[in-house]
Design a binder for this molecule. Structure first.
Ligand code: SF4
Ligand code: SF4
Length: 73
């Protein structure tokens, strides 16, 4: 299955739980900070996302939305 996530940079506090949780290791901490001064998470390779939603499950700030994409026939 393919998936896609959106991380709300302003809600994110840069805790890194999603980075650890992602089995595909496609989330990293950004080098640019947000308006609250936190370094937010970002996806580096969305193509590899499976939509498993583990990242969102572990996010204490509810900053991640997960979309499961259905393949067109
Ligand atoms: S949905 Fe799964 S594969 Fe996609 S970024 Fe989150 S933890 Fe990684
Ligand atoms: S788990 Fe949530 S708050 Fe923590 S770095 Fe990831 S998106 Fe940000």
């Amino acid at each position: 299955m393919k998936g896609e996530i959106r991380i709300d940079r302003e809600l994110c506090k840069g805790c890194g739980f999603c980075v650890i949780a992602c089995p595909k290791k496609i989330i990293e901490i950004d080098s640019d900070f947000n308006s609250s001064g936190y370094y937010p998470a970002k996806v580096v390779s969305m193509d590899e996302c499976t939509g498993c939603a583990l990242c969102a499950t572990f996010c204490p700030e509810v900053a991640i939305e997960v979309y499961q994409l259905t393949e067109k026939e």
